[in-house]
Ligand binder design. Structure first.
Ligand SMILES: [Zn+2]
Length: 190
């Protein structure tokens, strides 16, 4: 008479003792190899196994909603006011919706817009808009740090020879936490 009681307890404490569960299959398997699934050491093994297997295969039920960041993309451009180089680094990030884009493609995108007569603000915005058009992400952030020879060679802004521009779209504009995460990842904020 003690066995049924045990089974009831087991069923109650684990809630899922559906006939179709992974745990119930494992319990059956243990019995099929000639072991006693009810003995102390094996009693909870089916549930443990199910839990572990679910974790190890949780990729099936996950969406990629982690921020993708491409840091330190080098670029060289020409200032359209003076026809002199400005150059530096672009940091590009996005929060995927469904599509992602290859990292090398992000760098190519930066260079496609950089290799034109530009101003830094427009370059920054064009990269952000292009990414938005291409993969319709939840948000895009672009930061560009650049040195302008037209300024440096003429002695303008000799102290702070770097100009920093940014474009924040979607989640990067609306959500401070997202924006801060991006800024921290590119070392712009503690
Ligand atoms: Zn210039």
């Amino acid at each position: 008479m003690s066995k049924p009681t045990e089974e009831i307890l087991l069923t109650e404490s684990n809630e899922v003792a559906k006939p179709e569960s992974v745990a119930s299959l494992i319990r059956k398997m243990i019995a099929l190899i000639g072991e006693d699934p009810e003995r102390e050491g094996l009693k909870k093994t089916p549930e443990r196994y199910e839990k572990a297997l679910k974790f190890l295969t949780s990729g099936y039920h996950q969406n990629v909603d982690e921020m993708v960041v491409v840091k330190d993309i080098e670029f060289f451009s020409l200032c359209e006011h003076h026809l002199l180089p400005f150059f530096g680094k672009a940091h590009v990030a996005y929060l995927p919706n469904k599509k992602v884009i290859g990292l090398s493609k992000v760098a190519r995108l930066v260079n496609m817009y950089a290799r034109r007569l530009q101003i830094q603000e427009r370059l920054t915005n064009q990269i952000a808009r292009a990414l938005e058009d291409k993969i319709a992400p939840q948000g895009v952030g672009v930061i560009i740090e650049a040195r302008h020879l037209c300024m440096q060679m003429r002695g303008v802004e000799k102290q702070h020879g770097q100009a920093v521009t940014s474009a924040m779209l979607g989640a990067f504009r609306e959500n401070k936490q997202t924006r801060d995460e991006f800024l921290a990842l590119v070392g712009k904020k503690s």
